[in-house]
Design a protein around this ligand. Structure first.
Ligand code: MN
Length: 129
């Protein structure tokens, strides 16, 4: 079974691009436009990976990450932050919130897909018996 990826992104153009790239690679894709929907979808589907936009209306991506990483049922799911503002100190904030990696926007296709594959591979190794 191919991996299922939840994309959390409030900007339609970014959502469209990310989903298109993932779909083209054969991943199964779920979409959420805000943190509340992301948390509900995560609980329902337990995706293999979450791509989390940091700047979201309402609950931001770092808070959503923290909530998912605090919950027993969802803490094992790797989360990659999508951020337009990777500045000094931001990486530490993302790691502190529980993010397993981050991808800077605008997205560079090859780097993006390589990071997705890297995190999925690392995560499946951890789950192996
Ligand atoms: Mn956003």
């Amino acid at each position: 079974m191919t991996a299922q990826v939840l994309v959390v992104e409030d900007t339609p153009a970014n959502m469209k691009l990310v989903c298109m790239l993932l779909d083209k690679q054969g991943y199964r894709v779920l979409q959420a436009e805000n943190a509340n929907d992301a948390i509900v979808l995560t609980q329902q589907h337990l995706p293999d990976l979450i791509l989390m936009d940091i700047q979201l209306p309402g609950i931001d991506g770092l808070t959503a990450t923290r909530l998912l990483k605090q919950a027993e049922a969802t803490r094992h799911i790797p989360i990659i932050a999508l951020t337009a503002f990777a500045m000094k100190g931001d990486e530490e904030k993302m790691i502190a919130a529980g993010c397993d990696g981050y991808i800077a926007k605008p997205i560079q296709y090859k780097n993006f897909l390589a990071e997705v594959e890297r995190i999925l591979a690392a995560s499946s190794q951890q789950e192996a018996p």
